[in-house]
Design a protein around this ligand. Structure first.
Ligand code: ZN
Length: 152
């Protein structure tokens, strides 16, 4: 179990130092900003969606290691997925940081793969908002929600 923890920690460090898909896009048809005032994390998410398929997804922003790693892992996981699949993964991810039933949690983790690296944030309630910021921004982007995205 501690090996897995180490692996998860390394993944987070790697993705926060060296975020994937960290760029702007001039062909995105969904652009959304998100803000977590508790920590100061800011993200702009770019999604290029065609016929329900996420052809490209990338982000820019400034934030803590957790928010950056989460956005990086999210973009990596969602590229090439359908919008429907992405929203399903969003639900799993939300449950990852809220589910208290051990068996259900293990099942969710196995479905999420690398994204499960962020499961450890549940021990730090303040960090949950950092980890979910990119995801809330994604949901608003995909559903064309006009509201400002803030974790408050
Ligand atoms: Zn943060």
């Amino acid at each position: 179990m501690s090996d897995l923890r180490d692996l998860y920690q390394q993944l987070i460090i790697d993705h926060s130092r060296n975020p994937r898909n960290f760029r702007e896009s001039n062909h995105a048809n969904h652009i959304k900003e998100g803000y977590n005032p508790l920590c100061g994390d800011k993200i702009t998410l770019y999604v290029d969606e065609e016929h329900g398929l996420i052809k490209d997804i990338c982000f820019r922003g400034v934030g803590c290691a957790i928010s950056t790693a989460s956005a990086s892992l999210m973009t990596e996981a969602l590229k090439g997925k359908t919008v429907e699949e992405a929203l399903q993964i969003f639900q799993d991810f939300q449950r990852l940081v809220t589910e208290s039933d051990y068996d259900k949690l293990e099942e969710i983790k196995s479905r999420l793969g690398k994204l499960a690296a962020l499961a450890g944030v549940v021990e730090f309630p303040m960090r949950v908002k950092c980890a979910t910021l990119a995801w809330h921004t994604l949901k608003a982007a995909l559903t064309n929600d006009q509201e400002k995205v803030t974790t408050e």
